[in-house]
Ligand binder design. Sequence first.
Ligand SMILES: Nc1ncnc2c1ncn2[C@@H]1O[C@H](COP(=O)(O)OP(=O)(O)O)[C@@H](O)[C@H]1O
Ligand SMILES: [Mg+2]
Length: 265
Amino acid sequence: MIAQSNPCVLNAIDLGVSYGDSTAIARLDFNVRRGELVAILGPSGCGKSTMLNVLSGLRAPTRGQILVDGEELFTAQSKRPRLGYVFQAHRLLSWRTVRQNFEIALAASEVPRETWDERIDEILSILHISKFKDAWPMRLSGGQRQRVSIARALLVDPSYILMDEPLSTLDEVTARALRQELTTICQRTNATVVFVTHSVREAVYLADRILILTRGPAEVFEDFTVPIDRPRDYDDKRIGEVEAAIIRRVQAPWGLAVEGEKTVV
Ligand SMILES: Nc1ncnc2c1ncn2[C@@H]1O[C@H](COP(=O)(O)OP(=O)(O)O)[C@@H](O)[C@H]1O
Ligand SMILES: [Mg+2]
C-alpha cells in the first residue's frame, strides 16, 4: 500500500478534452502519488489514450489543469516533464540497435552522459535483456521488444511513466511473464506509473489503485484501491473475485448490461 503522505507526482483538476466539436474527456479529477502504480480502466474509445497524451504534455486540455510535481503543465513557463512512455506498438527505431535507441532517448533527457553506460547495463539486467544490447529491434520477439521499450522508459530517470496498453498485443503467456516482472521492476525502481488497460484482471493484478472510467466521454466512475497485498498471484482467487465485482459494477455504466437476451448499448 502506498503511503498517503507520499507527494503527488500528477494532479489532474477538472480536466476536459475535445477534438473540435467532439468531447473525448468530459471531466476528470485525480492524483497519482510517488511510487504508485495507477491503472486506468475504461472501455474502448472512452478517452484513455487522449488522457495519456495530455498527461505527457503532448496535447493541451480544452479545460482544467495538470500539475506535475506541483508545477502546472501547458503554461508559457512550463518545463517539458521528465517522463517515459510505453505504447502498444514498441516504437523503436528499426535502423538503430537497442543501445542506439537508448542513447537517442538519453540524449533528450537530463541524465549525465558519463552515467549512460552504467545505467543502460543496470536497466538491461533488471529486464533480463543484457544480451540484446547490440541487437536490431526487428530480430527480437514481441515480448523482448516490449522489454526494450520498458527499459527505455525507465532509463531516462523519469518523474513518471505512462503505459498505453503495453501488453495487449502479446500472447497471454508472454504477457503474464511481463506483468509479473513489471510489478517487481516498479517496486525495485520506485517508479510512478500510469498504466492504461481495458483488461479488468490485468488492472487488479498490477495496480495499487484503479481509476475506473465511464463510457466516453470519460468521467471518473470509481477511484478504487485494490485490497490485495503484494506479492500477488495472477491466479489468486481474490483477484478473480475483485475482477468479477468490478465487471458487475461497470456493466451498466459501460453500456453492456444485459436485459434478458438483449444487450443494452
Ligand atoms: N486525433 C483525434 N481526432 C479526433 N478524434 C479523436 C482523435 N483521437 C481520438 N479521438 C476520438 O476521441 C475519443 C477517445 O479516443 P481515445 O482516447 O483513443 O480512446 P481509448 O484510448 O480509450 O480507446 C474517441 O471517440 C476517438 O474516436
Ligand atoms: Mg487507446
